[in-house]
Write a protein that binds this ligand. Structure first.
Ligand SMILES: NC(=O)c1ccc[n+]([C@@H]2O[C@H](COP(=O)([O-])OP(=O)(O)OC[C@H]3O[C@@H](n4cnc5c(N)ncnc54)[C@H](OP(=O)(O)O)[C@@H]3O)[C@@H](O)[C@H]2O)c1
Length: 350
């Protein structure tokens, strides 16, 4: 049990009106949590509130833009006034632009960085202020395999995800230094079927798509729920994310070339993109609720495996040692010993 007041457990989620954040809100509500819902779009937030209530949870709608640090702090205070505690805070809000670096304007770079990176920073700071006073709490950062490996057409988003990792590394060391009981957990995601691909700004000729294999947001939300309760340092979801992260660590130049070849087509469908509004500066779910899922549900996976990098690293080291040990034994077996060499050397005069 995380909460201190009997059964009451409170989670705050940024980006809760749609996509992964919305699915997380549904999952926590199903498990009896009270949920603070942060995002901009009124219809999306109302939909999320209805989802939470339908599942028996209590919901507090907090309409804010995560780039406004003061608004995020005010919303956190509102949660404290209503429910008196924040046990968990999950930063999921994001924005991106699909385009090559040469076609992204300074304003677009700034905005993606502010939403995707600074949104996580401001959320974390607001959560910390209250959790420090409470003497407990967990902050979960929703990351991506792209926090480890940049891909073409998503430079500002990948950079923001990398930056978030750097920020959390620094903060984690500070919390350890202070002997703080507050815990930080990063959950790095694979491709997920969310509305993102139909409302993010797209400057490419074709419509955007998640790079397969694609996962349903509900499966991802269940894994995030488990990670949030266990609160390890990091969790990587799905073999595809693990391969991207480890592949890049092992052979980055090869991955550069693979992405140069497939990274453009892999992120676009065959359909031509058409003029449409996007959610970069204003929400697209202010009047219409878009829910958790996107239009890539066909064949999307309804399960996901969670990997702990610490276990993967240990397994990698064990395999490395085993290979080294085996190679040494083999080399010894194949190399004749000094005795044997002496014995087989022909004696002088014989
Ligand atoms: N989908 C994937 O394939 C994938 C892969 C790896 C990682 N992830 C991660 O999963 C998380 C969610 O992504 P998603 O695919 O669910 O995105 P999404 O479908 O585009 O949803 C984004 C959410 O963020 C909110 N948001 C956007 N700008 C905001 C702002 N300025 N202030 C407050 N809220 C804002 C949106 O609501 P409003 O517009 O109503 O504000 C919405 O609730 C992100 O952290 C992302 O990096 C996703």
């Amino acid at each position: 049990m995380i909460g201190s007041k009997g059964d009451l457990r409170v989670v705050v989620i940024t980006g809760a009106s749609a996509g992964v954040g919305r699915a997380i809100a549904q999952e926590f509500a199903s498990q009896g949590w009270w949920v603070g819902l942060m995002a901009r779009g009124r219809a999306g937030l109302a939909g999320a509130q209805a989802d939470v209530r339908k599942r028996g949870g209590a919901a507090l709608v907090l309409p804010i833009d995560v780039t406004d640090a003061a608004a995020v702090e005010r919303a956190a205070q509102e949660v404290m006034q209503h429910w008196g505690q924040i046990d968990l805070w999950i930063n999921a809000a994001m924005a991106t632009v699909l385009a090559p670096v040469s076609r992204i304007t300074p304003d677009e770079f700034r905005r993606v960085t502010e939403v995707t990176y600074l949104g996580q920073v401001f959320g974390t700071q607001a959560a910390l202020r209250h959790m420090r006073r409470q003497g407990r709490g967990t902050i979960v950062s929703i990351g991506s395999a792209l926090a480890y490996r940049g891909i073409p057409l998503q430079a500002p988003y990948c950079a923001a995800k990398f930056a978030t990792r750097g920020f959390l590394d620094a903060l984690r060391a500070e919390l350890l230094h202070e002997k703080s009981p507050v815990r930080l957990t990063e959950v790095h995601l694979p491709a997920v079927n969310t509305p993102q691909f139909d409302w993010a700004r797209n400057k490419m000729p074709h419509r955007a798509q998640p790079v397969p294999p694609v996962h349903q947001p509900e499966a991802i939300a269940q894994a995030i729920y488990r990670a949030a309760l266990e609160a390890p340092r990091e969790v990587w979801l799905a073999g595809s994310a693990v391969r991207a992260i480890i592949g890049d660590a092992a052979a980055p130049a090869l991955v550069d070339r693979l992405l140069a070849q497939d990274g453009y087509s892999g992120q676009q469908t065959e359909d031509l993109a058409h003029e449409r509004p996007d959610n970069l500066f204003e929400p697209m779910d202010d009047l219409e609720d878009h829910g958790a899922s996107g239009r890539f549900g066909d064949g999307a996976r309804t399960y996901v495996t969670a990997y702990r990098p610490v276990q993967l690293r240990a397994a990698g080291m064990a395999i490395g040692f085993a290979v080294l040990y085996g190679a040494t034994r083999l080399l010894r077996a194949l190399t004749p010993s000094k005795e044997a060499t002496k014995r087989s050397r022909p004696r002088k005069g014989s």
